[in-house]
Design a protein around this ligand. Structure first.
Ligand code: TMP
Ligand code: ASP
Length: 251
């Protein structure tokens, strides 16, 4: 039931390649070692990043599925391959922020580290050429990317994902500052979590470290040239493995 063959490349992103398989119900994602930031103005190869993000994402998707969040995830195969259901990605980057950091503090007079309660939800139009601009509700309506019930469902899912991630990372002694997710529609029209959730797409602070640089265990280490990127991702995997059952191997 589970054998498949990887077929043509459907899409190459900055950190992953997406392939069709010889089965219409199965898509294969390869996690790359490429790291980019600032809309790919900064680039590097970080050996081992693909495998770490694949494994971390798999464990997180399994945790979210158990918490009732529908996902594209089916399993992993080898170190850096994930099998997923095919989805039509909604070109919206959904960001949930629990503490102020990053672009929020650059764009608004909000001090880094300020608590955001309730969490702040920001939607961005996913388009590298346009620099992923912030969407307003009116702009979203004008683009006709989602119906109103679909937008409400997307926001409901984003907050449910936030709650489930906070509870997972709390058990890892990690603070979830913010994260970005992408969602997609399955063939039968269900909106599900897609893409990845990893230290590339989350800000995670080690609660056991008070130093504002030492506590960073996510892609900000790369963005800010802090070094120790792979070590930080490895630490996240170790902690997530400590509280999650092993990821299921596809097949
Ligand atoms: P920001 O502070 O740059 O707006 O980022 C918010 C969160 O979204 C942070 O956890 C990093 C993540 N993110 C991505 O995953 N991809 C992106 O392209 C950007 C800009 C942010
Ligand atoms: N992923 C984006 C890029 O490659 C931005 C970022 O994560 O900072 O440019």
């Amino acid at each position: 039931m589970s054998s498949y063959r990887v077929a043509e490349l459907l899409h190459e992103g900055k950190a992953k390649r997406v392939f069709a398989t010889d089965r219409p119900d199965l898509v294969a994602i390869e996690f790359k070692d490429d790291a980019t930031a600032f809309n790919a103005q900064k680039k590097a190869q970080l050996q081992g990043k693909g495998a770490l993000n694949c494994r971390i994402s798999a464990l997180i998707f399994e945790h979210l599925r158990a918490a009732g969040v529908p996902t594209h995830y089916l399993g992993i195969d080898g170190e850096r391959w994930m099998l997923v259901r095919p989805v039509r990605i909604v070109p919206v980057e959904v960001v949930v922020r629990n503490l102020a950091a990053g672009s929020l503090c650059r764009q608004l007079p909000i001090a880094p580290g300020s608590e955001l309660d309730p969490p702040l939800l920001d939607l961005y139009y996913k388009d590298d050429a346009l620099g992923d601009p912030l969407l307003t509700e009116a702009r979203l309506q004008r683009l006709e990317l989602l119906t109103e019930p679909q937008r409400q469902r997307l926001e409901q899912l984003a907050f449910a994902i936030n709650a489930a991630l906070i509870s997972l990372f709390d058990r890892c002694d990690l603070q979830l500052v913010d994260f970005k997710v992408e969602l997609g529609f399955t063939a039968d029209g269900e909106l599900v979590l897609a893409d990845e959730i990893s230290p590339d797409t989350c800000r995670l602070w080690d609660r056991g470290q008070s130093d504002s640089n030492d506590r960073i265990l996510d892609k900000d280490r790369f963005r800010q040239d802090l070094g120790g990127v792979i070590e930080a991702y490895g630490e996240v995997l170790k902690r997530v493995q400590g509280v999650c059952p092993e990821a299921s191997i596809y097949g």
